[in-house]
Design a protein around this ligand. Sequence first.
Ligand SMILES: C[S@@+](CC[C@H](N)C(=O)[O-])C[C@H]1O[C@@H](n2cnc3c(N)ncnc32)[C@H](O)[C@@H]1O
Length: 286
Amino acid sequence: MRISTVGEVLTFAQRAIDRLDAQYMLSHLSGMSRASLIANPDRILDTHVAATFANYVAERANGRPVAQILGSREFYGREFGVDENVLIPRPETEVIVEQVLARISEQNRLKTPASRALSILDLGTGSGALAITLAREIPAASLTAVDISAHALRVASANASRLNARVNFLESNWYLALEGQRYDIIVANPPYVAADDDHLRKGDLRFEPPLALTDGSIDGLESIRTIVAGAPNHLLGEGRLFVEHGYDQAERVRALFAAAGFSDVVSTKDLSGIERVTHGSWRIDV
Ligand SMILES: C[S@@+](CC[C@H](N)C(=O)[O-])C[C@H]1O[C@@H](n2cnc3c(N)ncnc32)[C@H](O)[C@@H]1O
């Protein structure tokens, strides 16, 4: 039987794939931290771990995203199961969570009476990353999450069970199954890549569901137009809509919010300094 050490398998892997991807996958498989892998190149690996790692390296060399190979990705400190039916949760989407939490604390600071559970709707839930995170971070909130993909909803429901989150999942084309329903907060990370964007045919994006990436529109904004225009019919007074968008879409998205009658419209930057999430408040005039 062939004996492999940490150093040997990493050297072999790094000929075919990125060094960090190799370390990350071996860390996941072996239970050793990345620091420990680097510090212990002579450590002998279990033969099953070494053989599985070789398969993972081959898959990664074929372009498959690390998260799909491992079957999970961390989002806001929790592990979400992912497969080829859902978008791999992105760090920039955590901006929505942070902004929602910031607005809620602000309301608490202002001592807004909270006599009933805060209701939150997540449009296009995918793996459930946003809905489940918000359910766990705001235990008093009541969460509804929709997606047009039944496959995605199965992944999201499994994640919610594993992560002990109570979320009401519904199959819906944006608001269609939500007739007459209103919420305090609506969040959405819809598909926003322009249909002719070359990135769709490159790198990891080739392995993610097209429906999660693009709505087929030339400017990538068709879903956001539908979500913003429909929000006034589904927000309670003083409710707030949070939408993630592309790196160059903030100005156009702010214009959509303004045209729909939103006030206090702001775009928040992600960690790369890119305006990534636009949000605004809806006031029902009496
Ligand atoms: C960019 S992914 C976001 C997934 C998840 N919210 C996240 O942030 O990781 C967009 C999601 O919207 C869903 N979607 C696309 N078109 C939709 C529609 N017309 N109605 C509802 N959901 C839709 C896709 O299936 C996909 O799960």
